[in-house]
Write a protein that binds this ligand. Structure first.
Ligand code: F6R
Length: 364
């Protein structure tokens, strides 16, 4: 069932264009009702705040989700680790929506945190690809991300599908709260529909290059990933993918934070992967990357190929097509998934079943 792929993880990375198409299918409407998630509007009426709770990769998707919800709809949103939220509840009320995000739908930390929040009378929304799971069965309002079952322990297609759910939700909120013009909503929805083709291009053109690049890190012990804004969570995700399947120490930072301490770690043995895509913080990320280069770090950019400033800055570029900055996380994560995969596969590791990890973590 790996359909010719060496591992499920690689197969699932390649499934992402199809998953995104499925998750958008029949959910885009007309001007009067641009997003159709099947959720009642009273779920969102009079809302004051959103808390999103999740763990691991789903927590990273949630950080992007917070950015999308706040920037598109203006609704204050916080993201919490489920394991922290559970024992440190903020003041809650019926004007608060708590969103639980979990691919397995079984993560004990997330399920238990939702339970205690529910007891406080909040509204609950679940985001999962497994509506048949404990999460899906317990709560009435669920967005099915339609990624289907994921077999590789390292989450890939479920992550991108959670991001799609957050785009749709944020646009729905923007529509209901009248915070974006219908034209802007339409523009983002159209951009979302073009993402699968862009991912196909990245997969077609970069697989071989990244396989080769991975050979250069046989002796590497540490990696740093940096990004800013809504690509900061992608830096965290790139680092998590690498550490969980290759066992290489990797950390993600907001690029602007490097100079406040972590830059002391850098030398020629520590590659830095920077996500630098045109938008609000592009020049800033490039200049943060140059600070790393001045410490002899090897610099890999997830960046546009045809921009002279990027070509000048990076030793290697993993190119991503230029899209609306808001949509870029869905593209920038793909080369990072491939990089982690190929480094781990080259080390001969059990990519689909990394040591000490399970696909669904049912202990708190
Ligand atoms: C990372 C990974 C884990 C999970 C985390 C939450 O690749 O798979 O970090 O994201 O255990 O799992 P779910 O989403 O099932 O709640």
């Amino acid at each position: 069932e790996k359909r010719g792929f060496r591992h499920f993880m690689l197969k699932e990375i390649h499934e992402q264009p199809g998953v995104i198409r499925d998750s958008l299918e029949d959910r885009i409407g007309d001007r009067g009702s641009p997003v159709r998630l099947g959720l009642p509007t009273d779920l969102f009426a009079g809302l004051e705040r959103i808390y999103i709770i999740a763990c691991g990769t789903s927590w990273h998707a949630s950080l992007v989700g917070k950015y999308l919800i706040e920037s598109l709809s203006g609704l204050p949103t916080e993201v919490n680790y489920a394991s922290e939220f559970r024992y440190n509840l903020p003041p809650l009320s019926d004007r608060i929506l708590v969103i639980g995000v979990t691919q397995s739908g079984e993560t004990a930390d997330t399920i238990e945190a939702l339970k205690v929040a529910h007891q406080q009378g909040v509204r609950i929304l679940g985001i999962t690809n497994r509506p048949e799971s404990s999460l899906g069965q317990k709560y009435e309002h669920i967005i099915d991300t339609r990624a289907g079952l994921e077999i590789g322990v390292a989450a890939t297609k479920t992550f991108t599908s959670q991001l799609i759910a957050f785009y749709l939700l944020a646009l729905q909120l923007a529509h209901l709260r009248d915070t974006q013009t219908p034209e802007r909503i339409h523009e983002i929805l159209t951009g979302l529909q073009q993402l699968p083709t862009h991912i196909e291009n990245i997969l077609d053109t970069q697989e071989r290059y990244i396989t080769e690049l991975a050979r250069e890190f046989d002796a590497t012990r540490d990696f740093i990933f940096v990004g800013r804004g809504l690509n900061y969570p992608i830096a965290l995700e790139g680092a998590l993918k690498l550490k969980e399947i290759s066992y290489i120490h990797a950390e993600g930072y907001p690029a602007g934070e490097m100079k406040h301490g972590p830059i002391a770690l850098l030398d020629a043995a520590v590659p830095v992967v920077a996500i630098a895509v045109p938008g609000k913080v592009y020049e800033k990320v490039l200049s943060n990357a140059q600070e790393a280069k001045a410490r002899d770090a090897r610099l890999i950019g997830v960046a546009p190929l045809d921009d002279p400033a990027a070509v000048e800055t990076f030793d290697q570029i993993l190119p991503v097509p230029v899209v609306d900055e808001l949509l870029s996380p869905i593209l920038t994560v793909v080369p990072l998934q491939l990089l982690a995969y190929h480094i781990a596969a080259r080390r001969g590791l059990d990519v689909d079943q990394p040591r000490n990890l399970a696909k669904s973590v049912t202990v708190e």
